[in-house]
Design a binder for this molecule. Structure first.
Ligand SMILES: NC(=O)c1ccc[n+]([C@@H]2O[C@H](COP(=O)([O-])OP(=O)(O)OC[C@H]3O[C@@H](n4cnc5c(N)ncnc54)[C@H](O)[C@@H]3O)[C@@H](O)[C@H]2O)c1
Length: 255
């Protein structure tokens, strides 16, 4: 049953081959939208499309690296090929290895920023003309690390704070033209994100420094608990919610 006003809309979800992105793509499609399932991994992207179409929904895959500007432009063009684009969920992201600034390496810095910051920037920019036409909505997936200093390493923390900056500026600048932009900040979520963080590279000093804060977390969420908030934020029911940076962490940030 459709609870939210997404019927007939076209929504891109990046990183939709796994975790929060897959759950969001399924939920958004269940509310009547056509979902463009974007992921760098072809097999998982096609699996998500299959899950959606098996359930009677509408979806198609786009395979590519959102760290690449031209790929971002191509994704937006493909999604808008039938003349409309209503929603963009900047969800794809990768972790760092918990290093503090004294130990953080340049290669990892560039790699994480490409995916976590360049991607949402390029995609939001290319999507904006279409969203201005549709009075559409962007939802950025930041993190607890986007609003506090002791949730991850310095690189991931910087990248997710940048996502908060992108969200607030976009929300304010385009508010009067009817485009909304919000961010969701998950705490721990049971997904495959650990695979982007090889265990042998973990920085134990950095991890040790933030462990007391991690121990105050209230538990692990399921991807669907994030997907429901994202789906709401995309919908017309959230028409007055703009520029919100929303923790979805069981109360961890409140402590
Ligand atoms: N899982 C958590 O505990 C947690 C906590 C806070 C924030 N987040 C954020 O939630 C978002 C989703 O993460 P998840 O936990 O579902 O992770 P996940 O690893 O399960 O899924 C991420 C997906 O993004 C895709 N991806 C990675 N790099 C890409 C690229 N360059 N181009 C296109 N697709 C790419 C991967 O193939 C994968 O399918 C991320 O932005 C992450 O930082 C996750």
């Amino acid at each position: 049953m459709a609870l939210f006003g997404l019927t007939g809309k076209v929504v891109i979800v990046t990183g939709a081959g796994s975790g929060i992105g897959r759950a969001t793509a399924q939920m958004v499609a269940g509310q009547g939208a056509t979902v463009v399932v974007a992921d760098i991994a072809e097999g998982p992207a096609n699996e998500t499309v299959q899950l959606i179409t098996d359930a009677g929904g509408s979806a198609r895959a786009f395979v590519g690296d959102i760290g690449d500007e031209e790929t971002c432009n191509a994704l937006i063009a493909e999604a808008a090929k039938d003349g409309r684009l209503d929603g963009l969920v900047n969800n794809a992201g990768i972790m760092d290895y918990f290093a503090g600034v004294g130990d953080a390496d340049t290669e990892l810095y560039r790699k994480v920023f490409r995916v976590n910051v360049d991607g949402p920037f390029f995609l939001s920019r290319a999507a904006m003309p279409h969203l201005l036409e549709s009075k559409g909505s962007i939802v950025n997936i930041s993190s607890e690390a986007g609003i506090r200093g002791a949730a991850a390493g310095v690189i991931y923390t910087m990248s997710k704070h940048a996502v908060v900056g992108l969200t607030r500026n976009t929300a304010y600048v385009y508010a009067k033209q009817g485009v909304r932009c919000n961010a969701v900040c998950p705490g721990g979520v049971a997904t495959n994100i650990g695979q982007s963080m090889p265990q042998e590279k973990l920085n134990l000093a950095g991890l040790g420094a933030i462990t007391p804060v991690h121990q105050s977390a209230t538990g692990m969420a399921q991807p669907e608990q994030l997907a429901s908030l994202v789906t709401y934020l995309l919908s017309d029911e959230a028409s007055n919610v703009n520029g919100a940076i929303i923790p979805n962490d069981g109360g961890w940030f409140a402590g």
